[in-house]
Design a protein around this ligand. Structure first.
Ligand SMILES: Nc1ncnc2c1ncn2[C@@H]1O[C@H](COP(=O)(O)OP(=O)(O)OP(=O)(O)O)[C@@H](O)[C@H]1O
Ligand SMILES: [Mg+2]
Length: 233
């Protein structure tokens, strides 16, 4: 079976003034469908860079990135955007909800873009997803009226708008208190149990108990790649 994510000999070099900086140095890894992977490593180790390549937000300098059945290298910017809207759910540390849209409108936005859900069904689907995340009662508020945890639940509902097989999250609990963080991680566990592939960049040490695999980066290389006991059972 084709892996959900296939990274082969990927190099990412940033051009900064006179010198090039290699943020990812010949990374190769496969993530199978249905895996729940944590990417760890200290600040500057390349976690966000790697996740952004998987999401097609940024491009590899060399090497191959395939995700959710597509080789991202040859895609145009608009091709990448269309592919991402349809196949990838993104969750960020600072939620990134649009401040002038209501919570429900934020969740409808990816549906409006991908046009896979008929117009007349979008609001109903958005409220249903918000309900699943426990924040349906916040649907008609602006994001600024919500707590951090509620905003992140809304952002996860938005990530699910087009029912993506792959969810990529960059420090989704980094801005939440530990209890709220635990609740958010439980939502990811439930989404993984439905068969979605999940990759979470995190500093949370206790994520080990819920993920099936931990990849540690250091200086743009894979330092360790461990399947947790959970996954072996
Ligand atoms: N746009 C950019 N231009 C130049 N250098 C960059 C750029 N983005 C990242 N870098 C550098 O690449 C390295 C990896 O950055 P990255 O953001 O992937 O780290 P990270 O592991 O996500 O760190 P953190 O835990 O702080 O979020 C860092 O040294 C960073 O300074
Ligand atoms: Mg980062």
């Amino acid at each position: 079976m084709e892996p959900a994510i296939y990274i082969d000999q990927v190099v990412k070099t940033y051009r900064t003034g006179a010198e090039d900086f290699t943020a990812l140095d010949r990374i190769s890894l496969d993530i199978a469908e249905g895996e729940f992977v944590a990417i760890m490593g200290r600040s500057g180790s390349g976690k966000t860079t790697l996740l952004n390549l998987m999401a097609g937000i940024d491009r590899a300098t060399s090497g191959t990135v395939r995700a959710a059945g597509t080789d991202l290298g040859p895609l145009s910017e608009s091709g990448l955007a269309a592919w991402r809207a349809d196949r990838i759910g993104l969750v960020f540390q600072f939620f990134q909800l649009l401040p002038t849209l209501t919570v429900a409108e934020n969740v409808m936005l990816p549906m409006d873009f991908a046009r896979t859900v008929p117009t007349a069904r979008r609001r109903e689907r958005a409220v249903g997803l918000l309900d699943r995340m426990g924040v349906a009662d916040q649907a008609d508020k602006l994001p600024s009226a919500l707590s951090g945890g509620q905003q992140q639940r809304a952002a996860i509902a938005r990530a699910l708008a087009n029912d993506p097989p792959v969810i990529l999250a960059d420090e989704p609990t980094g801005n939440l208190d530990s209890q709220t963080a635990g609740a958010v991680l439980e939502l990811f566990t439930a989404l993984n149990a439905e068969g979605r592939t999940i990759v979470v960049v995190t500093h949370e040490r206790d994520i080990r108990s819920i993920v099936s695999r931990e990849i540690a980066l250091r200086d743009g290389r894979v330092l360790a790649d461990d399947r947790t006991p959970e996954a072996a059972s």
